[in-house]
Ligand binder design. Structure first.
Ligand SMILES: [Mg+2]
Length: 296
């Protein structure tokens, strides 16, 4: 089920909740306004949705141009195969795992945590993490809908990039095994890594686009949504199992702009909420010196 957290369709609200209809004095002004385009929404999240913290506003949003989508890899472009809880327990020990988990309901940032350790202890921890990641590589599977979504983005001439906290070797293997390229594709060798916004800002800079023209798609609020929000990008949480609907996450400050339960839902989300029309270049430039469109 796709949930639109930022601009819910006007039609989903009872008339009594529509701020324009509920103010009689505005009826005259409303009659002078042009009709809303069919893909225009009001910023009025219903209380029944999670993440319904956004302010009420009657401003009709013009579809935003989208020029790039950046994906997380593990659990987003690939089916989750790494048992992160087992990995954290192996690195931290059971008692320390329970203590840190209780302090961090949105998840443990294991890479950040072990950075404070002594070099020897760090080396041992990285060795354990690498073992788990290798098991993940051996069982790597593409996420359903990923290939179709990439085809859709290519058809719209929208760039696609990748940011992962996994190692570069895993990214290379992903590219080789599934035959779809993401560029730039930044692994944890790029410092600082997610949730720091640096890798996403680096990709925007490489593409020469503004962060607010880019969507960050990932399955982690603490890494992917945090990275996207801090960079000023649009964020989309992939929540296959509905784990972010639970009370554990109800009070988190970080809220994605969109939430989907599969990559297949991202097509319709993009079509409904963004201007995907490739920008037409100067007609003089269409005389054989490059593509006629410039959404790249
Ligand atoms: Mg992930």
């Amino acid at each position: 089920m796709m949930i639109h957290l930022d601009h819910p369709p006007k039609s989903t609200y009872p008339q009594t909740l529509n701020p324009i209809n509920s103010i009689p004095k505005l009826s005259f002004l409303r009659s002078l306004m042009p009709p809303f385009p069919s893909n225009t929404f009001l910023r009025l999240p219903p209380k029944s949705l999670p993440f319904s913290h956004l302010p009420m506003s009657a401003v009709a949003a013009k579809p935003r141009r989208l020029r790039g989508v950046v994906f997380d890899m593990d659990g987003t472009l690939t089916v989750p195969v790494i048992d992160f809880a087992a990995m954290y327990k192996a690195v931290l020990g059971d008692d320390e795992y329970k203590r840190i988990r209780a302090e961090n309901p949105s998840g443990i940032d294991i890479l950040h945590h072990i950075e404070k350790w002594s070099p020897d202890k760090q080396r041992e921890a990285y060795h354990i993490i690498a073992d788990f990641e290798k098991q993940g590589i051996d069982r790597l599977q593409i996420m359903p809908g990923a290939a179709e979504l990439c085809g859709f983005l290519d058809a719209k001439k929208i760039r696609r990039g990748l940011i992962t906290r996994n190692v570069n070797e895993a990214v290379d293997l992903f590219h080789q095994r599934f035959g779809m390229m993401f560029s730039p594709a930044l692994s944890r060798e790029f410092r600082p890594y997610k949730p720091n916004p640096a890798p996403l800002l680096h990709i925007c800079s490489t593409w020469d686009v503004q962060p607010n023209e880019v969507m960050m798609v990932g399955d982690s609020i603490k890494d992917d949504v945090a990275c996207g929000k801090q960079a000023g990008a649009v964020t989309c949480l992939l929540d296959e199992k509905g784990r972010y609907g639970s009370q554990d996450f109800a009070n988190l400050d970080l809220k994605p702009d969109f939430k989907v339960s599969s990559l297949n839902e991202v097509h319709s989300l993009l079509k409904s909420n963004f201007d995907l029309t490739p920008r037409v270049q100067n007609p003089d430039s269409t005389s054989g010196r490059g593509p006629p469109f410039d959404n790249l």
